[in-house]
Write a protein that binds this ligand. Structure first.
Ligand SMILES: [Zn+2]
Length: 351
């Protein structure tokens, strides 16, 4: 099994186009054509993780956080990022990162996994990226299969969480100068960020240079793509016991939170990692508590008595992503071993 086949599969779950603009998800080190001997999943691809990969006979590391984030200008081994890249190349270990694209999908995403751990029900994306569009195009029957293949190859008709494709085609007859010609009307749903790629594909592969088509915007508030998640407790719970429950389930060394409001918690908003940018969305959605990480002193004031903010730690909030990734991969592939790391890469310690 080649690495690229694994990557292709992961990208049907978390398409690269869903990553945030600042991110660097994807294959960071390695050859897509290399044969996979084993995969190790982790949050951070540190030197200790590479050592573990070697010991377990894995030549691929699938990490949540991209080890190279801002770009590298030198490779001298003067910091841990450079040392990891050098070691990975030397030991022929590929590093693949699946970061904000995995944060931003509902099905099998980072936040759904946290919600599952907390037992939330009626969950949905907190801040949907939202936009889906529909392409309608008309093409002669003989060329329709080829065009459909090209469009599907770039992700048209595919929305995260879908088992199959959302596309359909119908055969009709177009008349020109009185002569009938069989023509197919094809429709594909797609995530809005794909629009440019769709138009490029039409330009290159539509047999008619005028490439007759229309693109329709679809308003869909139940989007499957976006940041954070909101859900409900099956039974409302007082704040303090709920915070204690969260601390236990998320194995948090400490939970930093704003003043208790002496009311029961029903709606829970959450975001794995640094989710502070979603506070106003959590409030607007009527959440009683917002669980996330990386909160700074002044940002806690923004709770403003309207919501309870709980910072459970970045690593703690995302720890279940390691198992999530190994279960996603092992459910699909059986020709190599898949391991969740046993190394705790949390750089933050508590006494
Ligand atoms: Zn993170």
């Amino acid at each position: 099994m080649q690495l690229q086949q694994v990557i292709q599969y992961l990208e049907t779950i978390a398409p690269p186009s869903y990553q945030e603009s600042y991110d660097n998800s994807g294959l960071i080190v390695g050859d897509p054509q290399q044969e996979v001997t084993g995969i190790l999943t982790c949050l951070d691809s540190t030197e200790a993780i590479l050592e573990e990969a070697i010991q377990k006979g894995c030549n691929v590391v699938v990490a949540h956080h991209p080890i190279v984030f801002r770009g590298l200008k030198r490779l001298t081994g003067k910091n841990y990022v450079e040392r990891v890249v050098i070691k990975a190349i030397r030991e022929q270990i590929a590093i693949y990162a699946i970061h904000t694209n995995l944060d931003n999908v509902y099905h099998q995403g980072v936040n759904a996994r946290i919600a599952e751990q907390l037992g939330l029900i009626n969950t949905r994306i907190l801040a949907p990226k939202g936009e889906q569009k529909k392409l309608v195009t008309y093409v002669s029957a003989e060329h329709s299969d080829a065009l459909r293949r090209e469009l599907v190859a770039i992700g048209a008709g595919q929305l995260p969480g879908d088992a199959g494709h959302r596309s359909h085609a119908g055969l009709g007859v177009a008349y020109q100068d009185g002569a009938g010609q069989a023509e197919v009307k094809m429709e594909f749903h797609f995530a809005a960020p794909l629009e440019r790629a769709i138009l490029r594909t039409l330009r290159h592969h539509h047999p008619d240079p005028q490439m007759p088509h229309e693109i329709i915007r679809i308003d869909n508030i139940n989007s499957e793509v976006g940041s954070g998640l909101i859900g409900e407790l099956s039974e409302p719970e007082y704040e303090k016991p709920f915070l204690q429950f969260v601390k236990k389930v998320m194995k948090a060394g400490v939970v930093r939170h704003t003043r208790l409001r002496s009311r029961k918690i029903n709606k829970v908003a959450l975001c794995g990692g640094a989710g502070g940018f979603l506070l106003s969305r959590a409030k607007a959605a009527g959440a009683d508590i917002f669980i996330t990480a990386d909160y700074k002193y002044h940002e806690f004031f923004d709770a403003d008595g309207e919501i309870l903010i709980a910072d459970i730690g970045h690593y703690e909030s995302e720890q279940y992503t390691v198992e999530l990734l190994s279960s996603i991969i092992s459910a699909k592939f059986s020709t190599f071993a898949v391991y969740s790391t046993e190394v705790n890469t949390n750089p933050v310690k508590y006494i």
